[in-house]
Design a protein around this ligand. Structure first.
Ligand SMILES: CC(C)(COP(=O)(O)OP(=O)(O)OC[C@H]1O[C@@H](n2cnc3c(N)ncnc32)[C@H](O)[C@@H]1OP(=O)(O)O)[C@@H](O)C(=O)NCCC(=O)NCCS
Length: 200
């Protein structure tokens, strides 16, 4: 049995909701992915047409079955239909209870806090429902909007990884961010016990 089961009801935070993808998202996906900023900072291909959108949806559906992704469409909470963006938990290392989050917003959906709320929602889902204990987020050093999303969602900036990956424009340096499960982020009880033993 797969350990990834997407919730039946959307995940909601204020005006932002996450729901499973639907075949009917193809036209909105094609429209959003015409924005060169999306292919610049993500693995979304360019040019992007309906065959790319259908392939994207197939990989989303498959990733749930193969436990390689927990993919959501970002939509407005009030109607749950209009596509605002995409967000996925992926690259799981189950033995280490670790995953990575990746996202984009359609250009017209930016500047309203949807990305930050979507990251918080999917991380809550990852910690509570998937049992993750750490989530990674990588944002290019030249992508300040995404770094701000990471920081506003509570991630800690941990390192700069030089020439980390291939992208449309070369090999960008990436800021590595990490978020620990709330239960793991508290000061370790073992460490505190050890400190008090040393003091006594
Ligand atoms: C990253 C992304 C999801 C952020 O969405 P968003 O938070 O709605 O985006 P915004 O445009 O509101 O930018 C967020 C913040 O960064 C700031 N920002 C944007 N571009 C900036 C720049 N070039 N320099 C400095 N700050 C910048 C904005 O002013 C905003 O801060 P504010 O709310 O204090 O004004 C969106 O820009 C996007 O989809 N980009 C393309 C794909 C992408 O980069 N995905 C992430 C890959 S790691």
């Amino acid at each position: 049995m797969t350990r990834i089961v997407l919730p039946a009801e959307p995940l909601v935070d204020g005006p932002t909701a996450l729901r499973p993808w639907r075949d009917s998202d193809v036209p909105a996906l094609v429209s959003a992915c015409q924005d060169p900023e999306i292919s610049r900072w993500t693995s979304v291909p360019s040019p992007y047409g309906s065959s790319e959108a259908r392939a994207f949806l197939m990989t989303r559906y498959d990733s749930i079955r193969t436990e390689t992704g927990a993919p959501f469409a970002i939509v407005p909470a009030e109607d749950g239909e209009q596509l605002l963006g995409a967000i996925t938990l992926m690259r799981f290392a189950w033995e280490h209870r670790r995953g990575e989050v990746g996202y984009w917003l359609a250009a017209e959906a930016r500047g309203h806090g949807h990305a930050t709320r979507a990251v918080k929602l999917i991380c809550g889902f990852g910690f509570e429902r998937l049992g993750l204990e750490r989530i990674d987020l990588f944002a290019a050093t030249e992508n300040p909007a995404s770094q701000l999303v990471a920081e506003r969602a509570g991630f800690q900036r941990e390192a700069v990884l030089r020439s980390y990956m291939r992208s449309r424009d070369g090999r960008p340096d990436m800021v590595a961010f990490g978020l620990l499960s709330p239960s793991r982020a508290r000061p370790g009880r073992r460490a505190m016990r050890f400190a008090s033993r040393r003091r006594s």
